[in-house]
Each structure stands twice: as structure tokens, then as C-alpha cells.
Design a protein. Structure first.
Length: 164
């Protein structure tokens, strides 16, 4: 059986965290939350505006040290919310600092109706990896935590990941 690590970033309502934890419960994988060294603060709208500036400039915020090393895993599930049509800057920092050679990456992302090009961007950064079971999960478009993607579809995806 392949060893699985789930790495995710989640900020406002914990939607990506929620999906990562569902995946972890079924796969019994190790799980790691990526956190910025300096937490975002301010209102939701202020952080959204800051996120837009960061994405547009390619900013990679400093992140806290991580406990798990991807070199010890066969499969790495990578989860991020969509920030201005791509991954959150903290996930960009994490992904850019890893050697993906020989790994299988399971990219998943959460969004409020605008998935953008997150999965394609993850594939570009994780050079040397193979990709499997990519997933886009939609929550409501008002920035809240109401799930729009049917839970059955998420359960089917999790079952496929478990078979890796």
C-alpha cells in the first residue's frame, strides 16, 4: 500500500480543511496544514484585496515549518482554495520548495464558483510528478461554507484516492 500525505491550505471558512479532513478519515493518511508565518488579518474584504495583490505579483509568503517530508511519501494530495483564479500564495510557497520527482500528486481545490486554473497551475509547479484524481469542489459564491458540489461526488473521489 502506498503511503499518502495530505497537504492543504485553508483560510476563511475552513472549506479546504473540511475536504482534507474527509479525505484523511477515509485514507488514514498523514495530514499537514500549511500556515503563513504572519497570519492574514483584517476583514474578509481586506484579506481578499491583499490576496489579489499577492497573486498578481507572484508573491510567496513565508510559511511555518512543516512536520512531514514529501520524500517519505508515494502520494501527496494537495489542497488549496482558489485565490484569484489560482492557488493561495501560501500553497505556491510550499509547492515551489519541494522535489516532486516520482511522486503522484492528487490536486484538489475549493472554490466559490470560479475554479480558474488552479489544477493546471499545480501541475506546472510540481514538475516530475504524475497526477491522479484531480478534483474541484464548489462551495457557495458568497464566501461561506455551504457545499454546492454533491457530497456523493466527493465521496466517490475519496474512494478513488483511497485505491491509489
Amino acid at each position: 500500500m502506498k503511503k499518502i500525505l495530505i497537504v492543504y491550505y485553508s483560510w476563511s471558512n475552513g472549506n479546504t480543511k473540511r475536504i482534507a479532513e474527509q479525505l484523511q478519515q477515509v485514507t488514514d493518511a498523514d495530514i499537514e496544514r500549511i500556515e503563513t508565518s504572519k497570519p492574514y488579518d483584517g476583514s474578509y474584504d481586506e484579506v481578499v484585496a491583499q490576496g489579489k495583490r499577492e497573486v498578481n505579483s507572484g508573491f510567496k509568503p513565508e510559511i511555518k515549518p512543516v512536520a512531514f517530508k514529501i520524500s517519505e511519501y508515494d502520494v501527496v494530495a494537495v489542497g488549496t482554495p482558489t485565490w484569484w483564479y489560482t492557488m493561495a500564495p501560501a500553497m505556491l510557497t510550499y509547492l515551489s520548495g519541494q522535489d516532486w520527482t516520482g511522486k503522484t500528486v492528487v490536486p484538489f481545490m475549493t472554490n466559490g464558483g470560479w475554479p480558474g486554473h488552479v489544477i493546471d497551475d499545480i501541475k506546472k509547479i510540481c514538475k516530475g510528478a504524475e497526477f491522479a484524481c484531480e478534483m474541484q469542489i464548489q462551495f457557495d459564491s458568497s464566501g461561506k461554507d455551504h457545499l454546492e458540489t454533491p457530497q456523493e461526488k466527493i465521496d466517490e473521489w475519496i474512494a478513488k484516492v483511497r485505491k491509489l
